[in-house]
Design a protein around this ligand. Structure first.
Ligand SMILES: C[S@@+](CC[C@H](N)C(=O)[O-])C[C@H]1O[C@@H](n2cnc3c(N)ncnc32)[C@H](O)[C@@H]1O
Length: 288
């Protein structure tokens, strides 16, 4: 029984971090002309209404997208991400009102769809019976988008390797289940066995309940080469309040992503941190 619904959290600081990194990964794929595939194992609904009751319950977007919306002079990857948000709101990011929040927030599939070029395609997995119809409706009639209902980890068997032989997989579970870390590591091993040259990005929360060190150990033990880790924390790691930060593990990252992340994350941290708390970190879990 799945209880997590992303609509309660859409546009929070962890989404901003994740979607900026996703933008950087997709922009890197677009540096070459050959088409790529984007696989999203835990896609969610695709778009979120920040005026909805769910979003307004905790107003998490106010400490996320609202802190960067309307920012002038953001680093290029953040500006590209803000363009993707603006595209869903019928306007240009440069005309957005600073400090306000947009009405619509794009989930990872919408961010990716914004960046996809003619000839690229995407495959979206989602298990929740309420989210699947929303996702299907969001991309109805789009031939470059395939929505697959079911366990997203199966996509790592059924859809890999892709015919394009270029692209990336986003693994973005809600970590509701104790065994999720094991599923992530097993999925990654399976995906990499089938498609060793793909880029894999795994999102995780930094919070006492989900031990990031255990996730790192499990994915390192999977024995894959070149694994980068980026974290952005808005509170001290051991704060008992809830989610203190978020991280991404990137297997087979694009050239210079580590350098670019070291430039972008401090900028994001200055906007998203609670006071001057928290930290950013970019390091190799498995060196180049
Ligand atoms: C964190 S949300 C995804 C957010 C989305 N990737 C984004 O960035 O906009 C996790 C999603 O995974 C879904 N989910 C949970 N377990 C799943 C599974 N085994 N396979 C596919 N989807 C699953 C949940 O219903 C939820 O919509």
């Amino acid at each position: 029984m799945l209880s997590y619904r992303h609509g309660f959290h859409a546009g929070n600081f962890a989404d901003v971090f994740k979607h900026v990194v996703l933008t950087m990964l997709l922009q890197a794929l677009a540096r070459k002309e050959r088409p790529y595939v984007y696989v999203d194992t835990h896609a969610g609904a695709g778009r979120y209404d920040l005026h909805s009751e769910a979003a307004r319950k905790h107003r998490e977007f106010m400490s996320g997208i609202a802190r960067v919306w309307g920012e002038r002079g953001a680093p290029a990857p953040v500006a590209a991400y803000l363009d993707a948000v603006a595209a869903l709101n019928g306007g240009a990011a440069r005309t957005a009102t600073r400090g306000a929040a947009p009405r619509w927030y794009p989930g990872s599939p919408r961010i990716a769809r914004h960046l996809l070029r003619r000839g690229d395609r995407m495959v979206l997995g989602e298990l929740h019976s309420s989210e699947v119809p929303l996702l299907q409706r969001e991309f109805a009639g789009e031939r470059c988008v395939q929505v697959v209902r079911g366990d997203g980890y199966h996509l790592l068997k059924s859809h890999l390797p892709p015919v394009e032989r270029r692209g990336m997989v986003l693994i973005d579970p809600s970590y509701e289940r104790r065994e999720e870390i094991g599923h992530v590591a097993a999925g990654l091993r399976e995906g990499h066995r089938r498609w060793a040259t793909g880029t894999y990005a795994i999102w995780y929360p930094v919070m006492p309940k989900v031990p990031a060190a255990a996730l790192h150990r499990r994915v390192i033990a999977a024995g894959l080469p070149k694994m980068l880790c980026a974290e952005l924390c808005v509170l001290p790691d051991d704060s008992p309040l809830g989610m203190n930060g978020a991280g991404m593990i990137i297997v087979h990252p694009p050239y210079r992503l580590d350098i670019e992340l070291r430039q972008v994350l401090p900028w994001l941290h200055r906007r998203l941190a609670v006071g001057d708390q928290g930290r950013t970190d970019v390091r190799w879990l498995v060196p180049e």
